[in-house]
Design a protein around this ligand. Structure first.
Ligand code: AMP
Ligand code: MG
Length: 331
């Protein structure tokens, strides 16, 4: 299939394609999404085929606002928590899980009785939803298991030849996926940390809980390996030059050169490729996936990511590393 790049002001062909049941990759403020008309089962099925996504991993439906959420939830399904969270953080990187209306295709929910819904803030995503006057089902626009795309080039790398259109919106501002909050439990359950910090969610609903480790996978996506580059990725839970030097003498000694992804201020050995995560948690979230993709293309023998913070968006960064890393080393 020939894939066409569309600019931000050329959305008409993308809207027509979505309305016909075809797939379009497009930017959101979190990561690039691979979108389909969210109420057409056959269109939604194509997402799974193109990504190679396991059939039991449900999709997020993207809407414009709370009205869009109400239409996808069962009558009375939008409870006070779903209301206050969406009031506080929409449009933005927060997904609520609510009881599903009967019109939601089972291809979207993977057979669950609940549906995950988010209102993105990105103007291109919003124009597409408004353009088809329906929700858009969209997981990240990567092949299953690969790092999420946060730049047009990354979406193109994975999906060119597999979808008719990819829209170029430059880099994504947030860089990690949405925070997924199950509003059907009491207190609410944070199924995936993401672009809205746990502290921010708690400031609205008070108490929050997390899925029990080892318990049943409440969010089916949580059980799969994710975000992984081709090279081996070692996560060093540390963020200082001394720890990198120590790792070089220890855990990294069997390897030759490492490509190092680390916050500002870490000094990297001469001749090793490096990518900066910037000064803080927000910049690290924005850069992480692009850093992994770029360092995967160097001639280094291994990728090392240095990250230690669990504050704010640091928790989402740590969560993604937990899934992408083949080894985690606490220094
Ligand atoms: P992705 O779009 O690939 O970033 O993944 C969406 C995430 O939301 C996955 O972890 C899914 O398992 C999760 N999710 C989607 N729908 C539901 C649902 N109804 N209940 C629980 N988790 C969900
Ligand atoms: Mg994904």
């Amino acid at each position: 299939m020939k894939t066409v790049r569309l600019g931000a002001d050329e959305l008409a062909p993308a809207i027509e394609a979505l309305a016909r049941g075809e797939l379009v990759a497009f930017p959101t403020e979190t990561v690039y999404g691979l979108g389909a008309h969210g109420l057409k089962a056959s269109a939604v099925s194509r997402i799974f085929a193109v990504k190679g996504r396991p059939q039991d991993n449900p999709l997020i439906l993207h809407v414009l606002d709370q009205e869009g959420l109400e239409r996808l939830a069962s009558p009375g399904g939008v409870n006070r928590w779903a209301l206050s969270l969406t009031e506080a953080f929409w449009p933005g990187p927060l997904t609520v899980v609510v009881p599903a209306a009967s019109e939601v295709p089972r291809e979207v929910t993977a057979g669950l009785t609940t549906v995950a819904v988010r209102a993105p803030s990105h103007p291109i995503a919003r124009a597409l939803i408004a353009g088809i006057a329906a929700p858009i089902a969209a997981p990240s626009a990567n092949l299953s298991g690969r790092p999420s795309p946060t730049a047009f080039s990354a979406a193109w790398e994975d999906l060119a030849g597999r979808v008719p259109y990819i829209i170029d919106g430059g880099r994504c501002e947030v860089g990690v996926e949405s925070t997924v909050v199950d509003c059907t439990t009491s207190p609410v359950t944070i199924l995936r940390p993401g672009g809205i910090s746990v502290e921010m969610v708690a400031s609205v609903v008070g108490e929050v809980q997390f899925p029990r480790p080892g318990g049943p996978a409440r969010s089916p996506g949580m059980k799969y390996r994710h975000y992984a580059p081709q090279k081996e990725l070692i996560w060093l839970v540390a963020a200082d030059s001394g720890s990198l030097a120590q790792a070089r003498r220890g855990v990294l000694s069997p390897y030759g050169r490492a490509a190092v992804i680390a916050p500002d201020g870490v000094s990297v050995p001469e001749g090793w490729p490096a990518y900066s995560l910037g000064p803080d948690e927000a910049s690290a979230a924005r850069e992480l996936f692009e850093a992994i993709r770029q360092m995967d293309q160097t001639d280094a023998d291994v990728i090392v990511v240095m990250w230690a913070s669990e504050r704010g968006l640091g928790r989402a960064v740590a969560n993604r590393l937990e899934k992408a890393a083949s080894m985690k080393v606490v220094l």
